[in-house]
Write a protein that binds this ligand. Sequence first.
Ligand SMILES: [Zn+2]
Length: 325
Amino acid sequence: MTGPVVGIDLGGTKILTRVLDPDNPADAVVDFRVDTPKGASGLVAALAGAVDEADRRLVAMGSSPVQAVGVGAAGLVDRAGVMRHAPNLSGLDEFALGDALRSATRRPVVIDNDATAATMAEWRLGAARGVDDMVLVALGTGIGAGFVAGGVLQRGAGGFAGEAGHMVVDPAGPPCPCGRRGCWERFASGNGLGRLARDAAAGGRADAVVAMAGGDPDQVRGEHVAAAAAAGDAEALAIVDDFAWWVALGASNLVAVLDSAMVVIAGGLVAMGDVLMEPVQRHFGDLLVSVDHRPAVPVVPAELGPEAGATGAWLAAGQLLADKR
Ligand SMILES: [Zn+2]
């Protein structure tokens, strides 16, 4: 039995549902977003409703209905599909999301962490096509990461691989909501960029950035730094350079452990383009251990954009269906 599968990206604010054309995965035959409701029961209903809507659209196109469901979810998901901890999804901690969706949709369901799903997508269809040892670093509100080693996507013993945002890079650093200090994502995420900029503003080193934020240093966020840096402001570029050093520090640590052949930088900040990528690449070259004695490790921007999580979930659902045959 073959047929279409659906990939769903379950984020803190939106649920993105996609069905891709297996012969041309750049082409989505179903692609829509709905708001993420609060609470487990509303969320299961919204996800099941998204699968029903995908069914309606597929059948209207003369296709068979959805055969399997893949979900990339913002949180710590274990291998059995239990959401262990989801700071951005209310009421989902310790919730058996996989079982609930299987019973609501009467279809096979696979659930991954959203960064793991994005890694699958960039490896199979995006920037790291054909690179069987790669690491993805997604710079968002926090940092998500994923790894492919020896041609196998690494999920870890419990499904929790890739929590690289909580590698401690400065034990005396700022406190993290996880309860520790100096986690990598305090410096190298979108929130980290805003914090570095507010520090610069407090020191009088970010006038144009503060102006972008309406003149209030406390309102400075990453997007204001990005806008001022894109306009060529020297102080904003210095903040981006500092930020890029932190991004490169964590990335070089990951490559030191994994001997990855490529680093893919994902997340909304990639839209900054070379303003961000050039200093990340430069600092990465300075920080990576034994850099003169190993093959070059390209640090490249992701190619699939904000749809990567849903695309990876679509790939995982297809794999689930293939494994069942
Ligand atoms: Zn932390």
